[in-house]
Design a protein around this ligand. Structure first.
Ligand code: PLP
Length: 395
């Protein structure tokens, strides 16, 4: 089928809840995509941060092949080695907590919130979240997402949520009561425009949670699995959360979500309180184990820092050339280019020239390449971006 035929099949049979680019993708390898018309695209936003070690990493593909010949799925009535091993690997790379597995970021946040309610006393029913956050699209997670545009059409939302400006210590001090079950924040807001939490803020949130017997939940669905140069974003700070949620890059391209909770907190999730049919299935866990192994064998955490620094430098140089760029921010390979104008047209012009990037919050270009990205690929990407900025400058 050609591009037009496939798109018209979508028009007829797929619900139109996504604004899609008019390209059909047929293949991905490393940091490159191919479309149905044979074009090659350099992918600096692979799978919306899912393909953290690039598309179809051979190690993940091999793990999927061999696991699929043994066992795809068995219900959580039984034990499997894959789920147990993955839990241990995640625990060893964070704070020694225990895991619950699900299939997406929203589900991980749902699990974290239910656990917080179970762990804390009954009067504690409030959740504090930050403006410009993004926590998912289910009813509880969309309520937690403190952005009016995601609430339109769905009010009344769940009760008990309170919103505060991100990185504003006074605001969160003012709103805190002993009715708060948990604070949920992202160490770096992704969808909200690559906003990095300050060390003082993280520390104060931890203190407030401790003083009020509330839990600190970090949504690391986007920051997790090495993108910032450490396994988890919180590891850049001197605080330890009670629960971390993750998904996106966790499975190297396969759907999986998880939470890690401190053991005394995790103990509240007893049989009958929460579950996920597909959660922690052998296929997804095998992919995830292979992903962690690939990150370590290929020193990809170091690469995220090294290439991240290089990209920041190159983009800062670009800023000197193009006044539309206000500043660059982020950590490791989670990079935002703050523009002084709307970035949507730049994104589509880049795609025409074979470069995929993203624009969030209207004016922030997101550069979030996989951790396998090379200097040469970054150079190519920045050259295309520079050409597009040059062309739009003269308009
Ligand atoms: C993408 C994202 C989610 C939602 O994940 P889904 O897998 O789409 O449910 C939640 N939190 C953050 C920070 C995200 O980036």
């Amino acid at each position: 089928m050609n591009t037009q035929e496939i798109i018209s099949m979508f028009d007829d049979y797929v619900i139109g809840n996504y604004g899609r680019l008019s390209k059909v993708i047929t293949k991905g390898a490393g940091n490159w995509l191919w479309d149905a018309d044979g074009n090659k695209i350099l992918d600096m936003f692979p799978g919306w941060a899912v393909s953290g070690i690039g598309h179809c990493h051979p190690k993940v593909v091999n793990a999927l092949k061999s696991q699929s010949e043994k066992l795809l799925h068995i219900d959580n009535t039984f034990y499997t080695q894959e789920q147990g091993m993955l839990a241990k690997m995640l625990s060893d790379r964070s704070f020694g907590g225990k895991c619950f597995f699900c299939n997406s970021g929203a589900e991980a946040n749902e699990a974290a919130m239910k656990l917080a309610r179970l762990y804390t006393s009954k009067e504690k029913y409030k959740f504090v979240t930050a403006e410009n956050s993004f926590h998912g699209r289910t009813f509880a997670t969309v309520t937690a997402t403190a952005q009016p545009k995601y609430h339109n059409g769905f009010t009344p939302l769940l009760p008990g949520f309170r919103y505060v400006p991100f990185n504003d210590i006074e605001a969160i001090e003012d709103i805190f009561t002993d009715e708060v079950a948990a604070v949920i924040i992202e160490p770096i807001q992704g969808e909200g425009g690559i906003n990095v939490a300050t060390p003082e803020y993280m520390r104060r949130v931890r203190e407030l949670c401790d003083e009020n017997n509330a839990l600190m939940i970090l949504d690391e669905v986007q920051t997790g699995m090495g993108r910032t140069g450490k396994w988890f974003g919180y590891q850049h700070y001197d605080v330890e959360p009670d629960i971390v949620t993750m998904a996106k890059a966790l499975g190297g391209g396969v759907a999986i979500g998880a939470i890690i909770a401190k053991p005394h907190v995790a103990a509240a999730l007893v049989p009958g309180t929460h579950a996920s049919t597909f959660g922690g299935n052998s296929l997804a866990c095998a992919a995830s184990i292979a992903t962690i192994e690939a990150i370590e064998e290929e020193n990809l955490l170091e690469n995220a820092i090294k290439i991240g620094d290089y990209t920041h430098e190159k983009l800062n140089a670009l800023k000197e050339e193009f006044s539309i760029i206000d500043h660059i921010r982020g950590k490791g390979l989670m990079i935002g280019i703050q523009l002084k104008a709307n970035g949507a047209e730049i994104v589509s012009k880049c795609l025409e020239r074979g470069l995929r990037i993203n624009c969030t919050h209207d004016t922030v270009l997101r550069f979030m390449p996989s951790m396998t990205v090379t200097k040469d690929e970054i150079d190519q990407a920045i050259q295309i971006l520079a050409n597009v900025l040059e062309a739009t400058k003269s308009l």
